[in-house]
Design a protein around this ligand. Structure first.
Ligand SMILES: C[S@@+](CC[C@H](N)C(=O)[O-])C[C@H]1O[C@@H](n2cnc3c(N)ncnc32)[C@H](O)[C@@H]1O
Length: 221
């Protein structure tokens, strides 16, 4: 999907290798933490040089994001916000992390992909790239497909079915087979509300129901 988006000119993904900015004949990029403790840290000079080179590589303004388990937890709302940025520089940590001064000097924002710890920021960066890229016009075949899926509002998507109409004795809900568009729309909305309340009541707390939603809710609670 990202390859297709790049081929269509909808986005460009460029990798920067911190090792190219390494120090000395071994190209060192890490060192021991002052004060002791386990593991190594990314040294500030090579990391800063790589970030500054990435920022300077294009005249368009860049927002610098550090992938970090201490950051704001990534969400569809954040993906939409980032999709509006002209350029993002995603900084991936390694080892035990990075020298705090780089964070203070060069990072605009920290993003976490969840409350767990990965070995490096690369997979987290891929999550941010994929969720953000698919919101760019020209990346998905049909932009409509992002407007009804889970989290496009603070709601989960309704259940979906394809052929056959009966599988292992389980039938597709009748309303979907009858071809009545308005009934299908109302059923889907109702199931979307039901599913969100059952599975993610924390999301439902952020959602503002319409009059129609209230009527549908009265049927299910
Ligand atoms: C082993 S982790 C360092 C964790 C750090 N010592 C701490 O406790 O916050 C190494 C790198 O992986 C990346 N990383 C780990 N977990 C992440 C998460 N949940 N979200 C985003 N990036 C993460 C960050 O770039 C981090 O610098």
């Amino acid at each position: 999907m990202i390859g297709r988006g790049q081929a269509a000119g909808a986005l460009e993904v460029v990798c920067w290798d911190v090792r190219e900015y390494g120090l000395g004949s071994y190209g060192a990029i890490d060192d021991y933490p002052y004060g002791g403790g386990a593991g190594m840290l990314l040294r500030p000079e090579p990391l800063a040089a790589a970030i500054e080179a990435a920022v300077a590589a294009d005249p368009r303004p860049a927002r610098t994001l550090l992938l970090c388990p201490q950051g704001e937890v990534f969400s569809q709302t954040k993906a939409r916000e980032l999709a509006d940025c002209e350029r993002l520089v995603l900084v991936c940590g390694r080892y035990e992390g990075l020298d705090e001064r780089v964070r203070e000097a060069l990072i605009d924002e920290e993003i976490s992909v969840g409350d767990y710890v990965l070995t490096g920021g690369e997979l987290a960066a891929m999550v941010v790239i994929e969720a953000t890229a698919r919101l760019q016009p020209g990346v998905l075949g049909d932009l409509e497909s992002t407007s009804e899926e889970s989290h496009s509002e603070p709601l989960l998507e309704y259940p979906q079915y394809t052929r056959p109409a009966v599988w292992r004795g389980h039938e597709v809900p009748e309303v979907l087979l009858a071809g009545h568009h308005e009934r299908v729309r109302l059923w889907r909305r109702q199931e979307q509300l039901r599913r969100t309340l059952e599975r993610r009541p924390d999301l439902a707390a952020h959602w503002r129901p319409s009059e129609e939603d209230r009527r549908l809710l009265a049927r299910i609670v």
